[in-house]
Design a protein around this ligand. Structure first.
Ligand SMILES: [Zn+2]
Length: 274
């Protein structure tokens, strides 16, 4: 009996270990559990012309996003990312924009080589601002108990000019004390794509309402290299391969210009009916 419990606990340790010791060598294709069996996984390739327009509803509301707050910047070698934790004394939150309730910002991090593709285009970088539903009080409970427990804002960065906000992040990663405004991680125009998905790293929990902004922010080649420089040379990118959409629909919010053509409108209508 005792030897059985020893074997069982060893197996448990092995299972937990294999879930923790993941990497990007196969871009997530070798991750286990829900990462393999799930049906609403992230990231996805967003094909803009097949997205469904949403005209009604409150716009996305940002609380304390404009405030400059002290942050802790951590180079996380376990998850191959730079993580930013805001000072917990400031409540930074989002609501509206189709979200059911209030979501509090827990932390932000980056993937080099964007995870989401828009019309099959991969961007240089993607920032994830991870929020949990406020009623749960913490991220773990929200991710475990609620298919909409987590709300992530995803911002794509296109290789162009240097980004002063990211320069601050890099200084923070070098150990300097920095303050950041989280609004600076979002494009000025907040038009976005919305779908129901998952965490993009193990355990790939299917608990995420995704908001991916249509417009990108600039980043310089040197800044991309500086971010990569924090991680081993063989970690050339940190994105998971795109996942099947299955029966999901991707909505588009905002987009004041509306439909690009009557053909688009008809296709969208057929998509809604179909
Ligand atoms: Zn992420």
């Amino acid at each position: 009996m005792r030897s059985l419990s020893v074997v069982l606990s060893l197996l448990l340790v092995a299972a937990v270990k294999s879930q923790e010791n993941w990497n990007y060598t196969r871009k997530g294709d070798d991750w286990e559990g829900v990462c393999q069996t799930g049906i609403r996984q992230s990231p996805i390739n967003i094909l803009s012309r097949w997205t469904i327009p949403r005209f009604a509803g409150l716009p996305l509301r940002l609380s304390n996003y404009d405030q400059e707050v002290p942050v802790t910047v951590t180079v996380d070698q376990h998850h191959f990312t730079i993580r930013i934790d805001p000072d917990p004394s400031v409540r930074i939150a989002i609501s509206g924009g189709g979200l059911r309730g209030n979501y509090v910002l827990q932390s932000a991090h980056f993937h080099y080589g964007s995870e989401h593709l828009i019309d099959t285009k991969r961007y240089a970088l993607e920032a994830h601002l991870v929020h949990y539903r406020e009623i749960y009080g913490n991220r773990t409970d929200a991710a475990t108990n609620d298919p909409e427990g987590i709300a992530v804002l995803g911002t794509l960065y296109c290789e162009a000019t240097a980004n002063s906000n990211l320069e601050q992040v890099l200084q923070g990663a070098n150990g300097e004390q920095v303050k950041l405004r989280f609004r600076d991680f979002l494009p000025r125009n907040l038009d976005f794509y919305r779908y129901q998905g998952s965490l993009t790293t193990p355990p790939c929990s299917e608990a995420v309402v995704w908001t991916v902004f249509k417009n990108s922010l600039p980043i310089s080649q040197q800044q991309v290299d500086a971010i990569k420089g924090n991680f081993p040379d063989d970690v050339t990118s940190t994105y998971r391969n795109v996942q099947r959409l299955n029966t999901r629909r991707v909505e588009r919010w905002g987009f004041r210009s509306g439909f690009q053509s009557k053909v688009d409108f008809l296709k969208s209508s057929l998509n809604i009916l179909g």
